[in-house]
Design a protein around this ligand. Structure first.
Ligand code: NAP
Length: 338
């Protein structure tokens, strides 16, 4: 309800920022956490391009430290716990699992202590994945990733362990505070500025020609604005308490994403490669490229995640993914990033 106060953790991030925008537009008072308050001016300016920021305030809190969490949550009606490190750029189990899991516990514990009505945790479809060697059809929220499973990435471990820890804590100590979880697929859509999420690299690398060809990789895509919308729906709907919701729309191979960019952007997509890269070449290059190493187990895998539950229970209506792909590329161009 307008006038209520919502804490969104990780306001400097892609999804965090896009969650703050509709909350401010709808008249909520919004608090956000950043690791250092030195980033306030930059983050506020980025958000101000989309929504009035007079009802937005900043708190310093690091996922790895107890400091700041209680102060940020006290007096809030809801908490959206979005902040967590992503899995590319040489991230390891050590750099991912500890902040994800301990940060989820810190944020949820502070929310319970503050007596907020509901926490919405941003998890991932990486926490709803069947075993890598199992035949893969369409999966849903009933599936849990086995963090000790063969080929499970450090990122998937971090998201699964963090989500489990949040459910356990709410189960033990939640009291009147309920939990709902959003599990997004690969998130694309417009960026708010140069500090965008690693997921946007899928479009950025194609647009800038940073990849010489297109690997046989595919993703269940979703628009960042629709992910934010699902967070808000999960925050408010009485029936969302105690539920996980996959936020993933259509599956697209990278070759199909490249095709959409070329067809819809014409000369602006001149650097988008057309050549397909054989799996063997990707595996060889991945020996020297840590980012690629993370994704090689997924080569050729069509892993589809159903969002039927969010659509049926919460009336969530994600936009067509081709629009998401084009809006992502257009925003990179507008910000001088592609
Ligand atoms: P992002 O733009 O990289 O945002 C990550 C946020 O987490 C940033 O605000 C970052 O702060 C914060 N963070 C990281 N480590 C931290 C720490 N130790 N202490 C405090 N804050 C920390 O990525 P995103 O895509 O928006 O991701 C947000 C959430 O969505 C994450 O939980 C992620 O796992 C989940 N998710 C993302 C995708 C996707 O495709 N993008 C898909 C599924 C789930 P700094 O700015 O200071 O680094």
């Amino acid at each position: 309800m307008a006038g209520e106060t919502v804490l969104v953790t990780g306001g400097s991030g892609y999804i965090g920022g896009w969650c703050i925008v509709p909350l401010l537009q709808q008249g909520y008072t919004v608090r956000t956490t950043v690791r250092s308050l030195s980033r306030e001016a930059e983050v506020r300016a980025r958000l101000a391009a989309e929504a009035p920021t007079d009802k937005l305030s900043f708190f310093a809190a690091d996922l790895l430290s107890d400091a700041g969490w209680d102060e940020a949550a006290t007096g809030c009606d809801y908490v959206l716990h979005v902040a967590s490190p992503l899995g590319v750029g040489g991230a390891t189990a050590e750099t991912l699992i500890k902040p994800a899991r301990e940060g989820a516990i810190r944020a949820v514990r502070a929310a319970i202590k503050a007596g907020v009505k509901r926490v919405v945790l941003t998890s991932s479809v990486s926490a709803t994945d069947p075993p890598m060697d199992a035949p893969f059809g369409t999966t849903d929220e009933t599936v849990w990733t086995d963090p000790a499973g063969k080929g499970v990435s450090a990122y998937a471990q971090s998201k699964t362990l963090a989500e489990r820890a949040a459910w356990d804590l709410i189960g033990r100590e939640g009291g009147a505070t309920s939990l709902a979880v959003v599990n997004p697929g690969l998130v694309l859509g417009p960026v708010l500025g140069a500090d965008y999420s690693d997921s946007v690299q899928v479009v950025e690398r194609l647009m800038t020609g940073r990849v010489p060809g297109v690997p046989r990789l595919g993703f269940s895509l979703v628009d960042v604005r629709d992910v934010a919308d699902l967070h808000l729906k999960a925050m408010l709907a009485p029936g969302a308490a105690g539920q996980r919701f996959i936020a993933a729309h259509d599956f697209r191979w990278m070759a199909e994403i490249a095709e959409v960019l070329r067809a819809r952007l014409g000369p602006k997509a001149a650097k988008v490669p057309t050549r397909k890269v054989p799996d063997l070449v990707v595996r060889l290059v991945s020996l020297f490229d840590k980012d690629l190493r993370e994704v090689t187990p997924y080569l050729g895998q069509k892993r589809v995640f159903s969002s039927a539950k969010a659509q049926t229970l919460l009336g969530w209506r994600p936009r067509p993914v081709d629009e998401t792909i084009v809006d992502c590329a257009e925003s990179l161009i507008a910000h001088g990033l592609a």
